[in-house]
Design a protein around this ligand. Structure first.
Ligand code: TXA
Ligand code: MG
Length: 317
């Protein structure tokens, strides 16, 4: 089921089958966005509620225009600067985006991934009439997102068809956190999900202040209080805390923080980028080792640290 042959992935997706694909953020479970029954199988394989919308992945900013009817100038600037890259833009949908993709909303999320295999796949699929791929993170609903082909197999292996569906192996995901999602239906950007493209990046590129009014924001499944969670209980602690650690517990912190007595070290990232890159693999390792609790000392600060803390808060909820 795992392959690195892009031609096989083209065949599977064109035939209406599912194919997990590597992207620079996390692995996605892809299907032809114009094939209703394939899209329905994505929801079934993930165990995802039908009203949670999907992101459409396309090869270029030009191709995004087929899915998003109009964008404010600031959003065009943002797309031009960041795509291909770890950013999804939510705009008013065209008639291509069906209710099953958007969860019945009049907006659609679109993203141009930069991973070279995803790029080549999307380019080749255009010759077969596939104008975009839905690709939610390739994990069971609510679980930790996958950053390797092995993670996808562990989560979804039993829910995919061994003969027809595929997992395209493109190595470890570079960023390790899901894309930044920006709502682009108004005069100011609204961040629906923080990611590697930071608030500062968005304001610098667009010259427009990011709005903090999220009251009318549409549904974002990744913004549920509990999400991105391993089986083990995640507990966030500060570096200085004098905690009564439970036995059989894991520990994740920057490399300079020593491992508390008896805890199992799951990772020792050196930078915020390392932390994001390793986070989901460390949480999965804790589960693989049968640990009941994982203690994490989160990074502090703005930028990528904010996105890491967003995911950790939900994992710990
Ligand atoms: O990095 C990523 O975005 C990964 C890779 C595979 O591309 N994909 C991903 O998909 O994280 P998923 O389905 O796990 O998360 C998509 C998020 C959900 O939280 C969903 O609610 C939100 O995008 N979303 C999709 N369409 C939307 C819309 N029209 N309005 C608001 N949020 C939307
Ligand atoms: Mg997800």
């Amino acid at each position: 089921m795992i392959t690195n042959d892009i031609a096989l992935a083209v065949t599977a997706l064109t035939a209406g089958n599912l194919c997990a694909i590597p992207t620079e953020t996390v692995y996605g479970l892809a299907a032809n966005a114009l094939d209703e029954s394939a899209v329905a199988r994505v929801f079934a394989a993930k165990g995802r509620p039908a009203d949670h919308p999907l992101i459409v992945h396309v090869a270029s900013q030009d191709d995004a225009k087929e899915w998003i009817a109009e964008l404010p100038n600031w959003a065009m600037d943002l797309a031009t600067a960041v795509w291909p890259g770890p950013l999804a833009i939510v705009g008013v949908r065209t008639e291509l985006a069906s209710d099953s993709v958007t969860g019945g909303q009049d907006t659609v999320a679109v993203r141009v991934p930069s991973h070279p295999m995803a790029q080549e796949l999307l380019q080749r699929l255009k010759d077969h009439g596939v104008k975009g791929l839905v690709a939610p993170s390739a994990n069971r609903f609510g679980h930790v997102s996958p950053t390797s082909a092995a993670h996808v197999l562990a989560d979804l292996g039993e829910y995919l068809s061994a003969n027809e569906d595929l997992i395209l192996d493109g190595g470890g995901s570079q960023v390790g956190l899901e894309s930044t999602i920006v709502l682009a239906t108004g005069p100011e950007p609204v961040i629906l999900r923080p990611g590697a493209v930071t608030l500062d990046d968005i304001e610098r590129i667009t010259g427009v202040a990011v709005s903090t009014h999220t009251t009318n924001a549409p549904r974002v499944s990744g913004s549920l209080d509990a999400h991105y969670a391993p089986r083990a209980k995640v507990i966030l602690i500060s570096e200085a805390s004098n905690f009564a650690f439970e036995a059989k517990a894991g520990f994740l912190a920057f490399f300079e923080v020593p491992t508390p007595f008896k805890l199992v070290r799951l990772g020792s990232p050196a930078t915020d980028m390392d932390f994001a890159h390793e986070l989901y693999g460390c949480l999965r390792l804790g589960d693989d080792l049968g640990l009941e609790t994982i203690y994490v000392v989160p990074p502090v600060g703005s930028g990528l640290a904010q996105a890491i803390n967003d995911r950790l808060r939900r994992a710990a909820f």
